[in-house]
Design a protein around this ligand. Structure first.
Ligand code: ADP
Length: 418
């Protein structure tokens, strides 16, 4: 074993060309691994080696192989990593180029039992540092001009690592900032939405409790009705928030069962019309009977939300619900001829908390409804989207697979073939 120093030999023409080609490859590299593959491909004709391993420092005396390639006489991958590791540790301890000659156990009889390893420090500006190790089985020994060439290669790899680390740091900083912003927006929206009904409840309750005034029965009933409605609203909001975070976390389980979609829709519509007196709904089912596998509670939540939206945002308009089937899918279209939604908002409609800015401040909502609808439909293996024209109306399309078992089988097949 020996540390290498001394005069710097000059590179030969083909070596110089290889070094330039490596610089270019590093400059245009898309990923760390493809760049390293390319470096190996370019270095091999001018620099002999059987294995190349890149180690990154994990702690003061601990290394992690980040990349390894065995070419030519490459042997047992894990054993070679261990050989390289001793060299890499020495490189990290000394900060110098290290040459080692190690002898394998008795099981190897030919000359390849001698491992010539060359370790080079990877001096990164950003921690952790690492080492690049080349292994040659049975020689030849590394000559000074080849060590110089290996130093060029390790210099480029260090540059690549530095760049990669910087990109990762920037990406994680951006992700953190995005998360912070999302959390701030979330807290602001949720607090505002929760405080509004709470404000009503507190205000009317305090008013009713005042000792200096008496209220007639009718006024008291009116105030209590407001308190009752606002408490319901608060309940609904909290339910929505919980659903939305469980859906986001993937912990809301669907419980599928066979349902007659046509009868199911008629039921949902009847309930919705009785709740919203401004809602007029027409049905057009073709075929008249459709069976699907679905979670009835969650699916009802979707249609309830779309019909409530039609009554809120397209008040007084005629709503048509059309049902049609094609191959393994059924599509339900809920169409109104309300004010419509302009194209710049259409793409964002299904995002959490997204609401189209409206002049009608009295139309209340949280922007969670369509987000929840999309998550539920996706959990059914389906799709939901909206089409709209300003002053003409909005149509929501829901496309669902007729058979959930088929969906699960397809997902399983897709996963197992990956
Ligand atoms: P919320 O009703 O609580 O605001 P949603 O997620 O259900 O939240 O809807 C998001 C937004 O989409 C609404 O704020 C509204 O601006 C718009 N929207 C939904 N349905 C319609 C519709 N039928 N016509 C026009 N705008 C609609």
């Amino acid at each position: 074993m020996a540390s290498v120093s001394g005069k710097k030999p000059v590179l030969r023409l083909e070596e110089l060309e290889a070094v330039y080609a490596i610089s270019r490859a590093v400059a245009i590299a898309k990923t760390m691994d493809t760049a390293l593959d390319e470096i190996i491909h370019l270095a091999r004709p001018v620099f002999i080696f059987d294995n190349m391993v890149l180690y990154l420092q994990r702690g003061p005396d601990s290394l992690k192989p980040a990349y390894a390639r065995a070419i030519g006489r490459g042997r047992f991958y894990e054993a070679e990593l261990a050989w390289g590791e001793a060299t890499a540790l020495e490189v990290l301890q000394t900060g110098e180029v290290v040459k080692r000659l190690d002898e394998a156990n008795q099981e190897v009889n030919d000359r390849t039992r001698y491992r010539y390893t060359l370790g080079l420090p990877l001096n990164l500006e950003i921690e952790p540092t690492g080492a690049l190790v080349f292994i040659r089985f049975g020689g030849p020994q590394y000559e000074p001009d080849q060590i110089r060439l290996a130093e060029f290669i390790s210099g480029h790899i260090a540059q690549l690592l530095g760049h990669d680390r910087l990109v990762q740091q920037i990406a994680s900083l951006e992700a953190e900032r995005r998360l912070d912003r999302l959390q701030e927006d979330f807290i602001a929206t949720v607090s505002h939405e929760l405080l509004t009904p709470l404000g009503f409840i507190k205000g009317y309750a305090t008013t009713l409790l005042r000792d200096d005034t008496t209220w007639d029965d009718e006024t008291r009933k009116e105030f209590l009705t407001i308190i009752d409605e606002e408490a319901d609203r608060l309940h609904e909001l909290i339910d929505n928030l919980m659903d939305s975070s469980r859906l986001q976390a993937g912990t809301l389980r669907m419980s599928y069962q066979p349902i007659r979609l046509d009868a199911f829709l008629k039921d949902v519509v009847m309930r919705s019309v009785s709740r919203h007196d401004n809602l007029k709904v027409g049905l057009e089912f073709n075929p008249p009977e459709v069976k699907i596998d679905a979670d009835p509670t969650r699916l009802a939540q979707v249609f309830d939300n779309l019909l409530t939206n039609a009554s809120k945002y397209a008040s007084g308009s005629q709503v048509m619900i059309c049902l049609k089937t094609e191959e393994d899918y059924v599509t339900v279209i809920i169409q109104d001829n309300g004010p419509g939604i302009s194209p710049e908002h259409l793409d964002h409609l299904f995002k959490r908390f997204y609401r189209v800015p409206s002049k009608e401040a009295n139309v209340r909502g949280t922007g969670l409804g369509l987000f929840i609808c999309r998550q539920i439909i996706r959990a059914h293996g389906g799709q939901i989207w909206a089409e709209s024209r300003l002053n003409e109306g909005t149509s929501f399309f829901i496309r669902l697979p007729l058979n959930q078992q088929q969906v699960e089988k397809e997902i399983f097949l897709r996963e197992s073939s990956q």
